[in-house]
Design a protein around this ligand. Structure first.
Ligand SMILES: CC(C)(COP(=O)(O)OP(=O)(O)OC[C@H]1O[C@@H](n2cnc3c(N)ncnc32)[C@H](O)[C@@H]1OP(=O)(O)O)[C@@H](O)C(=O)NCCC(=O)NCCS
Length: 220
């Protein structure tokens, strides 16, 4: 199974891709730049955000491959409430134990970002989404060398086909106004802006006006 776009191939994720997917996730987390822009230890980021997709729902993950190298990925979740339960019951407790045992480096950047997240939540800067209409979600990231060559569209189309085959009614995703290439990709695929909130969450790392955005696509 796989869709070739010139020398790029889109295929389902395999467990052997895990390290490459997590590396690209961390290398591209800050609007396409490395997560170290706002966190001290990428292991904390990978455990808190990505472990769910690669370890608990790998059947909905896809990779872009060129010359046997993973160049990008899309990780998906068909039922966001299921992901939220898994985070509350398994992933957050495991990460908290690692944190208390000193297994993550926690420095000024991490503390500052954690405080900014809490403040943004209190100011209601995270967009709302109707999970009954848009139960699925996704994250997509490509290695910087492989952007603009069709892999993003290929990954999205593979995942959207999969969700339609499962009769999932809708899919959403979260991004920011700073992710301009991503916004162009989602808009071209028919996603609509569901909610946008001005935010100061990224004030330490980006200048000017920034919005947290949620886009959605009905699949029925
Ligand atoms: C966003 C991302 C996944 C897009 O993947 P990509 O392979 O670069 O995009 P594609 O080449 O498949 O382009 C898809 C469409 O978006 C458009 N597009 C891509 N990059 C664009 C850019 N920088 N500006 C405007 N439009 C752009 C293309 O014109 C294309 O439209 P078409 O297929 O109708 O011709 C990739 O650029 C990326 O990983 N960026 C950094 C991480 C990131 O922001 N991830 C998303 C977090 S929410």
């Amino acid at each position: 199974m796989g869709t070739a776009t010139s020398e790029l191939t889109i295929r389902p994720y395999e467990q052997a891709d895990r390290a490459a997917v997590l590396r690209i996730a961390a290398d591209t987390a800050a609007f396409g730049a490395p997560v170290e822009v706002f966190l001290d230890d990428r292991r904390l980021f990978c455990d808190a955000v990505y472990r769910y997709y690669v370890d608990y729902e790998p059947e909905h993950a896809w990779v872009a491959v060129a010359a046997a190298e993973v160049t990008g990925f899309l990780v998906g979740c068909a039922d966001t409430r299921r992901r939220d339960r898994c985070i509350a019951r398994r992933i957050a407790p495991a990460a908290a134990v690692n944190l208390l045992r000193g297994r993550y480096r926690v420095g000024r950047r991490t503390v500052r970002h954690a405080c900014a997240e809490v403040a943004a939540a209190l100011r209601r800067e995270f967009p709302a989404v109707d999970l009954a209409a848009y139960p699925a979600h996704l994250h997509i990231n490509l290695d910087a060398r492989w952007r603009g060559q069709g892999a993003g569209r290929g990954l999205m189309e593979a995942y959207l086909r999969q969700l339609r085959a499962l009769a999932v009614p809708g899919v959403h995703l979260r991004t920011t106004s700073l992710n301009t290439a991503a916004v162009a990709l989602y808009t071209r695929l028919g996603f609509e802006l569901l909610d946008a909130r001005a935010t100061r969450l990224w004030a330490q790392v980006a200048e000017g006006y920034v919005e947290n955005r949620c886009y959605g696509l009905r699949l029925g």
